[in-house]
Design a protein around this ligand. Structure first.
Ligand SMILES: Cc1ncc(COP(=O)(O)O)c(C=O)c1O
Length: 419
């Protein structure tokens, strides 16, 4: 894999497989935000607590002596609660013991799925921009990433990129990030073992449409490829016309899909690191083969806290979506007033914008200026692309903060960026 041109290099003898990745951009930007007392809209974590019911259940578990190793595949009642939630979402009845594995956040689930499934030299298809764990965990498995690019919609809704045909759309003018069908088809080779789908998508806020997922599903079946579907933002969608669809529910896909999710985004509990995979037994065996030697089991008291909120957290989610939709609108308006082109975000708690009208030479230069001089930290998204030069016109903001934090960030942006 080519190193990202801007990745901060390690100055210690780190293993070859990690050299090209440098240090995590999230740790870097969060440290820079702290050093400059910037409002941190870079790393995606809320500045408020998750539901009280979860905390109370975790405290009760600690006081009840649940402090020893959990079962390798998860505390039984949590596996059951995850299976119930899957069924309540209309995705079908699953077996909590045979299909559900509790992991240390979705992060570990990604690692376990890739390391447990892929052999050295296998290819894995990844949409760029991507959550950076995908390429790093593929490298841990010795697998080779092949990317398919998600292109931003142009201002006014015209598809950027000229002749390319957006997959799953009869129109050539999508209002959301889109990919070229022929690039996706070409990415499938005899070496392809898996494709990672992340819907709703970080960092673009795209929700993959049924037509797009059907195309991916058809190709997976034609080429005997496993779908690894990262759905950590499954509940954070803002547009009823763009519902979240799990690819595992499409015809012929349950048998070849590993679905991943977690508590962190849905319940504002990112530090709890409770995640899971859902898959048929043969693919669950891959996840567990790696999981048992990565962490063996997730934190026991936190798993008990998770049980409480998975069954009764729907009201919390409704309130959270309202807050995030309002935050998104406030931030989008502010960035437009400051001269950026804002791409619509239909989900997650991120939005992407184009900063080129402001005259900075790169996303990194713009984000450094934002953090040090404007007092708002954001992420330079070129680190989420393998294709050289992609992402340098863009900036990613997180809006998973209290309304007052967002107001402070927007005030700073208006003062610092408005010409
Ligand atoms: C797409 C995606 N997948 C997985 C994760 C990690 O999830 P967790 O915090 O549950 O480990 C994140 C966190 O930012 C994410 O954005």
């Amino acid at each position: 894999m080519q190193p990202a041109a801007h990745a901060a290099k390690f100055d210690t003898p780190v293993a070859e497989r990690f050299r090209s990745f440098g240090k995590s951009i999230f740790a870097e930007m969060t440290a820079l935000a702290a050093a400059h007392k910037a409002v941190n809209l870079s790393q995606g974590f809320p500045d408020f607590d998750g539901p009280a019911i979860a905390r109370e259940a975790a405290i009760a578990a600690l006081n009840a002596g649940h402090s020893q190793y959990a079962r390798m595949i998860g505390v039984p009642a949590l596996n059951q609660a995850i299976a119930r939630r899957w069924a309540r979402a209309g995705r079908g009845e699953i077996d909590p013991e045979a299909h559900v594995t509790v992991t240390a956040g979705c992060s570990e689930a990604i690692g376990a799925a890739l390391v447990g499934l892929l052999n050295p030299g296998d290819e894995v298809i990844i949409f760029e921009p991507y959550f950076d764990f995908y390429t790093a965990c593929a490298a841990m498995a010795g697998a080779v990433p092949r990317v398919v690019t998600l292109h931003p919609p142009a201002a006014g809704g015209q598809a950027m990129g000229g002749r390319a045909v957006p997959a799953g759309s009869s129109s050539s003018a999508p209002a959301h990030f889109w990919f070229d069908e022929s690039q996706l088809r070409a990415a499938f080779t005899p070496r392809t073992r898996a494709i990672i789908i992340n819907t709703p998508h970080n960092p673009t806020g795209k929700v993959f449409s049924r037509a797009e997922l059907e195309l991916i599903a058809t190709l997976c079946q034609q080429h005997n490829v496993v779908a690894i579907s990262d759905e950590v933002y499954e509940h954070l969608t803002f547009d009823a016309a763009q519902p979240h669809i799990s690819i595992a529910t499409l015809p012929g896909m349950w048998e070849r899909t590993i679905t991943l999710s977690s508590l962190g985004k849905t319940f504002s509990l990112t530090g709890w690191k409770v995640g899971w995979s859902i898959a048929p037994p043969a693919l669950t065996a891959c996840v567990r083969a790696a999981h048992q030697f990565m962490v063996f089991s997730g934190s026991t008291p936190m798993q008990h806290g998770a049980i409480a909120v998975l069954d009764s957290g729907d009201e919390y989610i409704a309130g959270l979506k309202e807050l995030y939709a309002a935050n998104r609108d406030m931030l989008s308006d502010t960035l437009r007033q400051c001269g950026l082109t804002v791409f619509p975000s239909y989900s997650t708690y991120f939005l992407m914008a184009d900063h080129t009208a402001l005259g900075y030479e790169s996303d990194r230069a713009f984000c450094e200026h934002l953090t040090k001089s404007v007092g708002v930290a954001a992420i330079p998204p070129s680190v989420f692309y393998l294709t050289s030069g992609m992402g340098k016109d863009l900036v990613r903001f997180a809006f998973c903060k209290k309304a007052e934090t967002m107001r402070e960030a927007c005030d700073r942006l208006k003062r610092g960026l408005t010409r």
